[in-house]
Design a protein around this ligand. Structure first.
Ligand code: COA
Length: 235
């Protein structure tokens, strides 16, 4: 699912529910981070790292620990960049050679409405208006959750380029809709997917000597999940 949202140079490895490696091996330095972790965190941490190590192998890089760096951003082996996400029943890691992309961000969320009170905290007034219209045109889609996911992907792509916080109010997301065909047995008629543009409302990072005004992303809804991805090319 995630791979379809990213350029062909990106290697994405994902695992659904029971496919998740239950006892994925961890390195001692990763184990050390989990001393106080609840079982759910341990499971997700290990499963997504197993995906990341498979992606490293596919890129010809020996599997190695993935430790959190500044503000929790994953530290990748030299020459690679990437992003990880985990939620109930799903995890994914997407890696790419740093020569092929400047940065990337991925996010997956359960396909359901956001908890009460979250949308007003993450959406700009113009985004709320747009979500209302999208909800009228495509009522089966949880646009609030998609907006949240798109902003998470934006942050995960932004942070490695800047090392700085980006507030939910500092990027404006505009969705475009396409359909990726019918969903078998879903009872919901169509499987929606599309693109989005994240306009940065603060000065963007400089990539290839050019200051970025925004990021481009893709989104999809399927198998009980919403997923988004942002890829930042060089130059
Ligand atoms: C960090 C954050 C983006 C993680 O997203 P999430 O939906 O909660 O959780 P996910 O499972 O999808 O992603 C977790 C992974 O994100 C990655 N991550 C964490 N901090 C990160 C950062 N600063 N930069 C890039 N990736 C980061 C890690 O790989 C983490 O997995 P790990 O802890 O097992 O290593 C989120 O918790 C957060 O702090 N958001 C606030 C900032 C924001 O989104 N601003 C919106 C700008 S428009």
């Amino acid at each position: 699912m995630i791979e379809e949202l990213l350029p062909a140079t990106v290697v994405a490895v994902e695992a659904y529910g029971h496919d998740e490696p239950a006892n994925a091996r961890l390195y001692p330095e990763e184990e050390a981070l989990l001393v106080k972790a609840v079982p759910k965190r341990r499971r997700e941490f290990a499963a997504v790292r197993s995906c990341a190590r498979r992606a490293m192998e596919k890129l010809g890089v020996p599997p190695q620990p993935v430790l959190p760096g500044e503000r929790g951003a994953p530290r990748w082996p030299a020459g690679l960049t990437g992003s990880m996400t985990h939620c109930d029943g799903y995890c994914a890691a997407a890696l790419v050679r740093a020569t092929d992309l400047a940065s990337l961000g991925i996010d997956a969320e359960p396909d359901g409405p956001l908890p009460d009170g979250v949308l007003p905290a993450v959406a700009l007034p113009a985004e709320l208006d747009r979500l209302l219209r999208l909800g009228r045109d495509h009522p089966g889609t949880h646009w609030d959750r998609l907006l949240f996911s798109a902003k998470e992907s934006v942050y995960k792509a932004w942070f490695p380029l800047t090392g700085q916080w980006l507030d939910f109010s500092e990027a404006h997301i505009e969705f475009a809709v396409g359909t990726a065909g019918p969903v078998p047995d879903s009872g919901r008629g169509e499987r929606l997917s599309g693109t989005f543009r994240a306009e940065l409302l603060v000065p963007g990072p400089s990539v290839g000597g050019r200051r970025l005004g925004g990021f481009e992303g893709r989104w999809t809804v399927r198998r009980g999940l919403v997923a988004t991805a942002v890829a930042v090319p060089h130059g």
